[in-house]
Design a protein around this ligand. Sequence first.
Ligand SMILES: Cc1cc2nc3c(=O)[nH]c(=O)nc-3n(C[C@H](O)[C@H](O)[C@H](O)COP(=O)(O)OP(=O)(O)OC[C@H]3O[C@@H](n4cnc5c(N)ncnc54)[C@H](O)[C@@H]3O)c2cc1C
Length: 390
Amino acid sequence: MDFNLNEEQRMIADAARKLGARFGLEYWRDHDKRKAFPREFWKAVCAAGIGGCTLPEAYGGSGLGMLEMAVAIEELARGGGGSTVGQLFMLNPIFGGVAINKYGTEEMRRELLPPLCSGDLIFCMALTEPDAGTNTLEITTFAKPDGEGFRLNGRKHWITGTASAGKMLVVARTKKPEEVKKRTEGISLFLIDVEREGLAHGKIDKLGTNTLDSSTIFFDNVYIAKHEVIGTLHNAWNELLDVLNTERIVTTSGLIGTTELALKLAVDYANERRIFGKNPISSYQGIQFPLAQAHAEIACARLMNYKAATNCDSGVPYGVESNLGKLIASQACDKATLAAMQTMGGMGYASEYHVERLWRDQRLFRFAPVSEEMILNFIGQHQLGMPRSY
Ligand SMILES: Cc1cc2nc3c(=O)[nH]c(=O)nc-3n(C[C@H](O)[C@H](O)[C@H](O)COP(=O)(O)OP(=O)(O)OC[C@H]3O[C@@H](n4cnc5c(N)ncnc54)[C@H](O)[C@@H]3O)c2cc1C
């Protein structure tokens, strides 16, 4: 068991730290205000070889692993982007990269991985539906055979990045629940163009994550060609879980970087701010303890996330670790950003001081991409051996 990063990993962390700092807090404040996609940032991440970090060199990637990517995301997020950086990695190296590289055809890999690695092609994933959020298996979006291909009908919501994306990973039923033995059967994945006849999308107004739009999607008889099936037709559940569990790893990395950034902003502020007499407010335990608690929790979440990433890279199960890491990281980050705002008093509420944006953005991850209640349900049932409670 080696808890130290190797030289290559330290070099990636260093490059990511410099790149994150080059964009910095003001870049993200401006993009948040304008609700603008952080295109230049993502292009720079890709130019540095980090966007395609986990993908094979033959397709424009860097041929490294999930652990290297996790380390890089933390540093990039810490530079100012916060948890949104984790989301950019979800969209591209995960929804696009994991799906295509592990489950796509050679033709898909050759066509789509180079523009993914260069940052020219953005991806999104359409899983959640108005009547199937936490309970993914309730999805009703259906792809029905039509000649050589399929016709897709249904509705999705809360789909991140749709307005900037060229390709969408769609999760749909290809068999009705009554036609299959287990509810996990009859699920398929498709990789389709966002610009396509019958596909319409509209933005949802929301609290934060302003640089990435969230959309409702309508599929009205959308044609899908046979070659756009990705993974195993009718039986893509485990392939989807691989996408979702790697999604947790990049989410956690983004939350670790956010937590460290919020703590630094709060500590720097508190060390300067004097209200009663000579001592700075940072000398009060009431200020110190919540920040110290979040620091301890995020350090533990990082270890669990590195274990998840290492297991993933070694081809051994990593789902439990990726969920445990995400649970603790999302709670620690929520506490850290709240404590940072409290530490700064009124200035914590001012966008000029940045922590309000970090808090708004990270709040999402208490319930998405998987809610903490569902992780606790999983632990109760599968790790502790208690009955299913729902
Ligand atoms: C900004 C944003 C971006 C998103 N991006 C994407 C995306 O790109 N692609 C995509 O497909 N989806 C996306 N989502 C959807 C997200 O994954 C879902 O919101 C999330 O899975 C929760 O589903 P829900 O909102 O339907 O909540 P619900 O399923 O309605 O749950 C509501 C509450 O009930 C709790 N609950 C439900 N069942 C149980 C139970 N059995 N035991 C205990 N508690 C329970 C949940 O934990 C939650 O707190 C996004 C959402 C948001 C807000």
